[in-house]
Design a protein around this ligand. Structure first.
Ligand code: PLP
Length: 467
């Protein structure tokens, strides 16, 4: 991957400085030392360019986030204006700033939780961390301090802070950190393709997951469980769509036991599923909601938690008795981030971006479906403008490739050669999640490059095996 800018002195030195000084997150650091960085230098629409000038279709919207695409001058203008007018003012102790007020008001028009208040943060992780504290503080405030445990699921991704890494159902994110895992219970991943038993129908699978939840509530005691965290569809865990009827089976149990459904919309919110929110696509009734990523289309870091009146009111009252809700970052409600997010949402409205995403979905999903027959693809799935290809060594038995063959990474690397960015996820899943502005010709381009990437990866693994 690294050789194509060696001819350029400036970039060679940048590459060296990267190797000498940067600590890359979520990276095989030894592999990185050998291969060197791929340095992005600019972006325009759905395309990004590396430092050698090569163009790539950004098929992952960065990390599921650049919804409005790259190079949007309107957002740059708003950020510059806000920096000049008023660069920073905290929301602590009742002080406020105009962009945060306008963003909260704008979100109240979008978010399907009546009367919600919005608590801002900087990332999906810190917002979900705030959710853990909010649900516990709330139960404390209403006289149920025992309700502390949090239910999550295998394959879930809720972040990387100490609390949210414990919620994340992917071992690499919690295994080696000695986290306090005893207050988190991971339920079975709703991944029918992998977790369904031989001969089990999808509805039987859903029933089994429902019974598992009943048993966990029985075992742990409803008085000890505060919340159930769920992404409408799982993104980083493998683009896993909930099986038919899943939330319909789960929700009545949560409601009957006063367990709050925390809807993690960090990937889904603002159009990804073809609707404004994933909860609308899957019939979820969230108590609270976490948003980030497309909230600003990644032009600035910002996240938001929607807190419903039934939680806000006791929290407001409790301040006098149990003390203030002791949470807030220096940059909660940063005016530049809030101003950009407001304009981002306005642009989505002005350009009908959610309707556009819905209109593009059939072509996008159709293009991915054509790849289901590729020899490497065991399962193809998706909705709206998000999709996943699960790679298998044997389609019939669903046997995985040996880990050493790094099949999904091979495909992602081969796609880069083709000029396409996709993401390799644990479990040999290739994720695709382009900016929501993608058009039909670009969808065809994406599918063609992805198919050639799959072919290339297949050839390369065959060559390695026969060597
Ligand atoms: N929740 C979900 C569903 C995510 O996909 C992510 C990140 O990918 C997060 C939370 C964490 O967000 P961040 O990386 O901004 O901390």
């Amino acid at each position: 991957v690294s050789t194509h800018w060696e001819s350029c002195n400036l970039n060679a030195s940048l590459e060296q400085q990267d190797l000498d000084h940067l600590f890359h997150p979520c990276t095989d650091l030894a592999g990185h030392s050998r291969a060197g960085p791929l340095i992005w230098s600019r972006g325009e629409g759905v395309y990004v360019y590396d430092s050698a000038g090569k163009q790539y279709l950004e098929g992952m919207a960065g990390l599921w986030c650049t919804a409005l695409g790259y190079g949007e001058k309107e957002l740059a203008r708003v950020a510059a204006e806000q920096m000049e007018t008023f660069c920073y003012g905290p929301l602590f102790a009742g002080k406020s700033n105009e962009p945060s007020i306008r963003l909260a008001a704008k979100l109240s028009e979008w978010v399907p939780i009546d009367g919600a208040r919005f608590l801002f943060g900087c990332s999906g992780s810190d917002a979900n961390d705030a959710q853990v504290k909010l649900v516990r503080y709330y139960f404390h405030a209403i006289g149920k301090p025992g309700k502390r445990k949090i239910l999550s699921r295998g394959n879930a991704y809720h972040g990387v802070t100490v609390a949210t890494a414990a919620l994340t159902g992917l071992p690499a994110f919690h295994k080696h950190f000695g986290l306090a895992m005893d207050e988190v219970i991971h339920l079975t991943s709703p991944h029918f393709y992998r977790q369904g038993r031989p001969g089990e129908s999808e509805s039987e699978f859903v029933e089994r997951l429902g019974q598992e939840l009943e048993q966990v509530i029985e075992r742990e005691g409803a008085d000890n469980i505060a919340a159930f965290f769920a992404e409408p569809l799982m993104g980083a865990g493998g683009v896993i769509l909930p099986p038919e009827g899943y939330f319909q089976r789960i929700q009545p149990l949560l409601e009957a036991n006063d367990i709050l459904l925390v809807d993690d919309e960090v990937v889904c919110a603002f159009g990804r599923t073809g609707q404004a929110f994933g909860c609308q696509t899957y019939g979820m009734r969230p108590a609270t909601m976490t948003m980030a990523k497309a909230l600003s289309s990644a032009y600035v870091p910002i996240s938001a938690v929607a807190v419903p009146p039934f939680m806000y009111e006791p929290i407001e009252k409790a301040a006098g008795e149990v003390g203030i809700f002791g949470h807030g970052l220096t940059y909660s409600g940063h005016p530049v981030a809030a101003a950009v997010a407001v304009r981002n949402l306005e642009l989505m409205e002005e350009r009908g971006l959610i309707n556009h995403a819905a209109a593009m979905a059939p072509a996008f999903q159709g293009a991915l479906q054509r790849l289901a027959d590729h020899p490497l693809v065991g399962h193809q799935r998706g909705i709206g403008l998000i999709g996943g290809l699960e790679l298998v060594a044997d389609k019939e038995s669903r046997q995985s490739f040996p880990a050493a063959e790094k099949m999904a990474f091979r495909v992602a690397a081969a796609c880069l050669e083709e000029g396409l960015v996709v993401r390799a996820l644990p479990g040999d899943i290739v994720a695709v999640c382009p900016p929501l502005i993608i058009d039909p010709a670009q969808i065809e381009e994406l599918a063609g490059k992805l198919e050639r990437g799959l072919d290339r990866a297949l050839k390369s693994v065959q060559a390695t095996r026969s060597a």
